[in-house]
Each structure stands twice: as structure tokens, then as C-alpha cells.
Design a binder for this molecule. Structure first.
Ligand code: ADP
Length: 337
């Protein structure tokens, strides 16, 4: 029998956010902005994937701090806890149980082909088993809430394929007549450009080249002034399309400002220092309201915990419904109420 798919059900949006470092403007334009846009439109579960983060961050104080910070950041950037659920992955520990069941259905050879894993190997790293199993836990994260729409960047497409395979395989093996799991669709986010870091490579916390969403003052200024440019002299015309500073200006400026700055680049007599000063102002203005909201939220840590607690309660409720069916379908007998 065909597995249920999102064509005949109400969409359920799910996505995980890794608390393995401070969120940066690459994360914002590549994911968070779309998350914020989507969460009021459909049933939505966003979880802070602290189990996943443990594969690379093994420091209790830092993991706890980054986890709370993600919640603060999302609330400051416009996440409305009345409209959707935001919670800690580890507040729904059932997800690791489902990941184990999925482990027994996943060929090692499939995980060996995962790009993220192969990248780590090619960098000479010796990944831990958690990192190897990363896509399996991700599949459990999606399927345990009945997720049908998974907003991800193009880099995540392979993991969504693994998730779809697992849902299909589970249904074929354990529940062919009454499929338990819904096969999700990736929702590849449109208009997602790769945001360059201050060294011109893809912005990533792994490359230490990020500008934090909530960086301000001297820290922000130093990073912007350090953005790598070529050495074209101030008076000469410049090509905005080949400039890291301009790539960021394009994200933060309104179309008119962006056009004006592009024209100044082409005309000459406009240096990279000018462009950096304009960028600094644009970033400051863009996140001004969010920064204010974040400061107000920092003074209310109990509120933030309450948001996570309530989100976790809703997530657990949903997860337990599916896990009951998963256990029954697989023959995992339960003896307690
Ligand atoms: P990092 O590379 O800093 O570890 P993650 O892998 O945790 O970032 O990415 C989280 C989300 O942010 C993903 O959906 C990813 O596609 C998006 N993202 C991360 N870096 C960028 C970037 N430089 N440009 C666009 N999107 C990005």
C-alpha cells in the first residue's frame, strides 16, 4: 500500500536547529528567516537539536548555553510561541528510541555515502558513531512528529532522501496495510544564496568566519572591517558582483540602496572602506528591533524556559502517539501504562 504523503494531509512543518555555536547571518538568511515566515502558517515543530550537537560539542556548559541562546534568538527574531512549538530535542527522548529502530533498518553502506560524513573523512577526521548516524536521528526527528514539510537548504537534500527511504522501508516491513509513517517532502528553500563569511568562503561556524546575528559594537565593527577584499585602489572602478562586502550589502539593503552602492562601485572613487561602513550601518539597522527584543528577553529567563517546556509538552504528546503505533507495529511490547 502507498504510504501516506503530504498530498492528502494538512502540512506539518518540522525543522531542527543545531545549538553548536552562536547563530550567524548565514543561518539567518539560509534558514531562520524562512522558519519565522512559515511557523504561523501551518502546524509547526522546531526543535533545538542538542543530541545532534553532542556529536561535535562535548562541553556541558557550552551546550546548555547555546541551547538557551537558540531559543532566545528565535523569540527575538519573531518566533511566536502561541502559534507553534519550539523545544529541546532532548525533551522528547523518544526520538532516540525511534532512531535506534531506524538504525536496524539502515544499511551501513547508505550512511557511508552521506556527503557530510564523507567530507569529514576526507578532512582526515575520524568521525564518531553519532556523526555517522546523524541522518538516522534526523529522520527520527522528522517522522516522530509526522512532519510532511521540511524546510531545508539544498545541502540537506540527501538527508531528506535517507529519511524518505526509512519511512518507506519501515512501512513496507512493519505496517504494509496501515502505514504508520508519513513520507515527507523536502521543502527546498527558495532564494537561498550561500552567504559568504568574512574570508569569502561559505560562512560557517566550522570556518571561524562568521558574523553573529546579535554581534554589535566593537565586535561587529572588527568583523566587518576584516572582510576580505581585493586590493583595487580607491579611485578605480570595482565590480560589485565579485566583492564579499557587496554580497552582504545585497542581503541587508533595500533595492534602491543596493543599486546606489553598486553604481558607486562601478563609478570608482568609492573604496572598500566606504562599503564596509555602509554595511555596518545596514546590519545595525536590520537587526535593531530584534536586538532590543533579545535584551528584554534576557531579563526573563523563566519565560524562555516556559516556552521550551510548553513546546516540549506538545512535541512529546505528538511523538508518543506515533511511538505507540511504532512499538505495536514492531512488536516491542510495553508493560507499563
Ligand atoms: P554551520 O555551517 O555554521 O555549522 P549549520 O550547518 O548548522 O551551519 O546550518 C544551519 C542552517 O543554516 C542550514 O539550513 C544551512 O543551510 C544554513 N546555512 C548555514 N550557513 C549558511 C550560509 N553560509 N549561507 C546560507 N545558508 C547557510
Amino acid at each position: 500500500m502507498e504510504s501516506p504523503s503530504n498530498s492528502n494531509t494538512q502540512p506539518v512543518v518540522v525543522s531542527g536547529i543545531q545549538p553548536s555555536g552562536s547563530l550567524h547571518i548565514g543561518n539567518y538568511f539560509g534558514a531562520i528567516r524562512q522558519h519565522i515566515e512559515l511557523h504561523t502558517k501551518h502546524e509547526t515543530y522546531y526543535f533545538i537539536v542538542n543530541y545532534h550537537a553532542l556529536t561535535s560539542l562535548q562541553n556541558a556548559e557550552a551546550l546548555a548555553r547555546y541551547s538557551r541562546d537558540v531559543a532566545l534568538d528565535y523569540l527575538a527574531l519573531g518566533f511566536d510561541p502561541e502559534k507553534a512549538s519550539l523545544f529541546l530535542q532532548s525533551d522528547v527522548p523518544e526520538v532516540t528510541e525511534l532512531a535506534w529502530i531506524f538504525d536496524t533498518l539502515t544499511p551501513v553502506s547508505q550512511l557511508e555515502k552521506a556527503v557530510a560524513y564523507k567530507d569529514k573523512l576526507s578532512q582526515g577526521m575520524s568521525p564518531n558513531a553519532g556523526l555517522f548516524n546523524y541522518p538516522v536521528l534526523q529522520a527520527a526527528d522528522i517522522l516522530i512528529y509526522g512532519g510532511t514539510l521540511v524546510p531545508v537548504g539544498a545541502d540537506q537534500k540527501q538527508n531528506i532522501e535517507i529519511c524518505r527511504d526509512l519511512a518507506q522501508r519501515f512501512n513496507d516491513r512493519f505496517s504494509p496495510d496501515d502505514p504508520v509513517l508519513t513520507v515527507p517532502d523536502p521543502y527546498i528553500m527558495k532564494d537561498v544564496a550561500i552567504v559568504p563569511g568574512i574570508d569569502g568562503q561559505k560562512m560557517s561556524k566550522s570556518y571561524n568566519n562568521t558574523i553573529g546575528i546579535f554581534d554589535e559594537g566593537k565586535v561587529l565593527k572588527k568583523k566587518v572591517m576584516n572582510i576580505l577584499t581585493d586590493s583595487t585602489p580607491l579611485e578605480e572602478p570595482k565590480n560589485p558582483d565579485r566583492c564579499n562586502v557587496f554580497a552582504l550589502i545585497r542581503l541587508f539593503g533595500d533595492p534602491e540602496t543596493v543599486d546606489q552602492i553598486a553604481a558607486a562601485y562601478r563609478a570608482g572613487g568609492y573604496g572598500y572602506g566606504h562599503a564596509k561602513t555602509e554595511l555596518l550601518e545596514l546590519i545595525g539597522a536590520y537587526f535593531e528591533d530584534a536586538r532590543e527584543r533579545r535584551k528584554a528577553l534576557e531579563a526573563r529567563p523563566e519565560f524562555v524556559m516556559d516556552v521550551l517546556r510548553e513546546g516540549g509538552r506538545r512535541g512529546r504528546e505528538k511523538a508518543r502517539e506515533i511511538m505507540e503505533r511504532v512499538r505495536s507495529a514492531t512488536g516491542l511490547i510495553t508493560t507499563y501504562e
